[in-house]
Ligand binder design. Structure first.
Ligand SMILES: C[S@@+](CC[C@H](N)C(=O)[O-])C[C@H]1O[C@@H](n2cnc3c(N)ncnc32)[C@H](O)[C@@H]1O
Length: 197
């Protein structure tokens, strides 16, 4: 993994965060309760928005991202522990968490279906599983453009795929999709699910 992406992540994201993403993150996370797992927590953009969680365990495989997230973990309103780990092999027993959160992460995990299977395993039955993700557009020209741009984008942005059909992957993994919100002409989706076991 290149080092420039983790170092510039916050700066690159700041305009989007300020314009809309902070509000989306807040609405998604402020009511999440119990023992929560966050996958691929990056620099900890979500951390200020947990209000009701008893404890958050965040996993992040990139040490530079994790290190940058630690001040946000310390300042958070709830206890947050950040562990270096991979969502494709979660180091937790089955049925550990009341809720699982993933934001802007299924685009980057090399095998998202494997990660989703792991999330299903570690989340309790009927636990809340919440996502905020960008997806491939269902538009003949724009979707194809995303396909064409993905190889170079992936190279520049540490493995991020512009063209994943993440909502479908989530359904295929067996989650019960209970709510979908669409932003920026359906490029970004908030996907609320239950872990239907
Ligand atoms: C675009 S960043 C999003 C960070 C954060 N979730 C956010 O909302 O700002 C993608 C994150 O996924 C992480 N990631 C990549 N592969 C992963 C994996 N196999 N398991 C967990 N996280 C992974 C990256 O290290 C990076 O922090």
């Amino acid at each position: 993994m290149g080092k420039w992406f983790p170092r510039l992540y916050d700066t690159l994201m700041e305009p989007l965060e300020r314009k809309k993403f902070r509000e989306i993150r807040k609405n998604l996370l402020q009511n999440v309760e119990g023992k929560v797992l966050e996958i691929g927590s990056g620099t900890g953009f979500n951390f200020p928005f947990y209000q009701q969680a008893q404890k958050v365990i965040a996993i992040e495989p990139e040490p530079l991202m994790r290190d940058q997230s630690l001040p946000r973990a310390t300042k958070a309103n709830v206890p947050i522990e950040v562990i270096l780990a991979d969502a494709e092999e979660l180091p937790f027993p089955a049925d550990t968490f009341d809720a699982v959160v993933g934001t802007l992460v299924l685009c980057t995990i090399p095998n998202p279906s494997k990660a989703l299977k792991e999330i299903r395993r570690v989340c309790k039955p009927e636990g809340q599983v919440l996502f905020f993700e960008h997806v491939r557009l269902n538009h003949p020209v724009l979707g194809r453009l995303q396909d064409l741009l993905t190889p170079i984008w992936k190279h520049l942005c540490d493995g991020c795929h512009l063209n994943r059909n993440t909502l479908e992957l989530i359904r295929q993994a067996g989650f019960k999709v209970v709510h979908v919100e669409r932003y920026y002409n359906e490029l970004f989706l908030v996907i609320k699910t239950l872990n239907d076991k």
